[in-house]
Ligand binder design. Structure first.
Ligand SMILES: O=C(O)CCC(=O)C(=O)O
Length: 304
């Protein structure tokens, strides 16, 4: 028996995602939280985004508000150790095959009371490949509940079109479902306890609301691709040479024969005005589907 049942694999193919409860051991979960707490210590006093931290718009140096830790795997080796652990890697192999290429990691903090929304998007719009055996693993550091801005996934949308994530011809990393004529009301929230993981297909439409609750919703994401999926665009399409490209394989064997599939592709070009994070790129959207946090200290009227 593999890491996933035939039913789980069929559900992933049909709906575009699965959620596996209680995948991390208590030791892995507490280590992850501890490593994150150590990283966040470094955000004190920051005045603007840097290579590691993406800050909430309401951040102040005396009241640090980090929205995302960018590329946490470059900050602490524990993140690569975790993605290589059988608890995470085996389910991924069951869906993508024996060779897996690591693309990137990111950690969305979505803190209690103000953690920012993520507008509707498809990861595929940011990084198309030669085939779509590409997915994101989400690792829940906290319980994800209905009121702390859970990730919302639109079942089956990974088998549909790639929506236009451009405004006035420029990539903005999100789209307006109203304008696209897409009904997102059937989207389902990931509701699961801390230590669970989600696996969602790269073409699946997803987003998440502002965290209005009193509980943090910290969520680590790993972007992973089948070894024969070739990156077409985005920062990860650039590699120095053969060795550097293959150093990203976390299991399996290198191939120089990309598998080409009949997949819809729209390049994320011209690049977003600020491509430093999804949150910054999505500022280019004409209309937001989710509310933004308004600092009560600044007397700006809340949108109705
Ligand atoms: O944090 C979330 O709810 C969604 C994250 C996501 O889709 C992303 O960061 O690309």
């Amino acid at each position: 028996m593999g890491a996933l049942t035939a039913d789980q694999i069929a559900t992933y193919r049909e709906r575009g995602y699965i959620v596996l409860p209680h995948v991390l051991s208590p030791t892995q979960l507490s280590r992850l939280r501890q490593v994150l707490a150590e990283i966040l210590e470094r955000a004190r006093g920051l005045t603007s985004n840097d290579a590691v931290f993406d800050l909430e718009d309401s951040h102040r140096p005396d009241r640090p508000r980090v929205r995302r830790v960018k590329t946490p795997h470059k900050v602490d080796p524990f993140f690569m150790e975790l993605v290589r652990s059988p608890a995470i890697l085996e389910p991924v192999k069951a869906l993508l095959g024996p060779s897996i290429r690591f693309q990137n990691s990111k950690l969305n903090l979505k803190s209690a009371g103000f953690g920012a929304a993520v507008e509707w998007h498809q990861d595929w719009a940011y990084y198309p490949y030669s085939n779509d055996d590409v997915l994101a693993v989400g690792v829940l550091l906290d319980d994800m509940t209905l009121d702390n801005g859970p990730m919302l996934l639109l079942p089956g949308s990974h088998r549909g079109p790639v929506y236009d994530h451009h405004v006035a011809g420029r990539f903005v990393g999100g789209f307006d479902p109203l304008k696209a004529g897409l009904d997102v009301s059937p989207a389902e929230p990931v509701i699961a306890p801390a230590g669970s993981i989600s696996l969602h297909h790269v073409r699946l439409v997803h987003g998440s609301d502002l965290n209005r609750s009193g509980a943090d919703r910290r969520f680590l994401l790993y972007e992973l691709a089948a070894g024969d999926a070739w990156p077409l665009a985005g920062g990860y399409a650039h590699y120095a040479d053969w060795d550097e490209f293959n150093s990203r394989l976390i299991c399996g064997t290198p191939t120089n024969m990309p598998r080409l599939a009949d997949v819809p592709v729209r390049m994320p070009l011209p690049a977003a005005l600020d491509p430093s994070s999804l949150y910054q790129a999505q500022k280019g959207l004409e209309r937001r589907s989710f509310e933004s946090y308004v600092d009560p200290g600044l007397s700006i009227p809340r949108p109705s």
